[in-house]
Design a protein around this ligand. Structure first.
Ligand code: NAP
Length: 299
């Protein structure tokens, strides 16, 4: 029978440690700031953004919401991003996706300053991740690694299979597992005999967007199963990509949906904003005489 990995509890613990560090910075007059740009009136995006703002404020950070109408031009949005790049009180910038069709998401992501790219989507940060340099890592994959580590099981030397190869989940999480010295396979919709491939995994990460897709025959007995999916079942109830009931007896550890990967994503966004703020503050203040900057850099 699987042990349940409690994402809510872990997210709360990490947020507490972020909040503590933020309060140290605030005492020194350096409050980390996150700006979220929301274009148009997509209700799901609005809900995500509201949650991000609430959690940013709870962590003691400055939270700025910039709302732009659906018909805003690409040039105006790019100018808005540039203004935030130049704003010293802002250390993290997130443009909520998806954007309206007349705006190139790639251009907007490219325009965000690499050091304020707390979503970790900028090509330079993606490149750094792939060559193993320290960088801002996409939030959901970073949260997945924390969830796996919270089991107390070592990642090194394990067989890991990631089902899904998206740029925001599958590919970065596979790269992070590789950095942790797992032996990693990325599976996708063209993979032959997926249950056989998946059932070799000591660590199975599932990010397909297909409700209850992974059944017991995909899971090696005792495996760590991380379910990234946020889907709706036949009764319109929130569920994951893993058939939780079917897999529960077979897995060693499993994340529930809701309450697994989901709560970690915003927490890792806050952590990224803190990391970005510490780096930016140090670059602007490390002039050879600043003890505070030294302390931050060394923490
Ligand atoms: P995506 O961009 O749609 O990618 C899905 C991936 O799954 C693709 O690589 C696809 O393969 C693969 N796939 C689809 N059907 C498959 C099948 N039958 N067999 C094997 N592979 C299959 O999705 P995503 O953005 O990575 O998101 C995945 C899920 O995670 C979604 O449910 C999403 O809502 C959820 N999510 C949750 C969070 C969170 O914070 N909890 C964050 C992000 C995403 P191909 O490349 O071959 O098409």
């Amino acid at each position: 029978m699987a042990q349940v990995i409690d994402g809510k509890k872990l997210a709360k613990e990490i947020q507490e440690s972020v909040t503590k560090e933020v309060s140290e910075l605030v005492k020194k007059g350096k409050q980390p700031g996150l700006a979220v740009v929301l274009v148009g009136d997509n209700q799901a995006s609005r809900t995500y953004v509201r949650n991000k703002q609430k959690r940013t404020e709870e962590a003691g950070m400055k939270s700025v919401l910039i709302e732009l109408p659906e018909e805003v031009s690409e040039a105006e949005l790019l100018q808005q991003v540039e203004d935030l790049n130049q704003d010293d009180s802002i250390h993290g910038i997130l443009v909520q996706l998806p954007l309206p069709k007349h705006i190139s998401e790639d251009k907007v992501i490219d325009a965000i300053s690499q050091e304020k790219d707390v979503d970790g989507f900028h090509p330079l940060n993606v490149g750094n991740l792939f060559i193993g340099k320290e960088t801002l890592v996409p939030c959901t994959p970073a949260g997945i690694i924390e969830l796996i580590k919270s089991t107390g099981e070592s990642i090194e030397g394990k067989r890991a299979v990631v089902i899904g190869r998206s740029n925001i989940v599958g590919k970065p999480v596979a790269q992070l597992l590789l950095q942790e010295n797992a032996t990693v396979t990325i599976a996708h919709s063209r993979t032959k005999d997926l249950p056989a491939v998946a059932s070799e995994a000591d660590i199975l990460v599932v990010a397909t967007g297909r409700a209850k897709f992974v059944k017991k025959n995909f899971v090696k007995p005792g495996a760590i199963v991380i379910d990234v999916g946020m889907d709706r079942d036949e009764n319109n109830k929130l569920c994951g990509d893993v058939d939780y009931e079917d897999v529960f007896e077979q897995a060693g550890f499993i994340t529930p949906v809701p309450g697994g990967v989901g709560p970690m994503t915003i927490t890792m966004l806050l952590k990224n904003t803190l990391t970005a703020a510490k780096k930016i503050i140090c670059q602007t203040r490390l002039d050879g005489s600043d003890d505070f900057a030294r302390k931050v850099l060394n923490s």
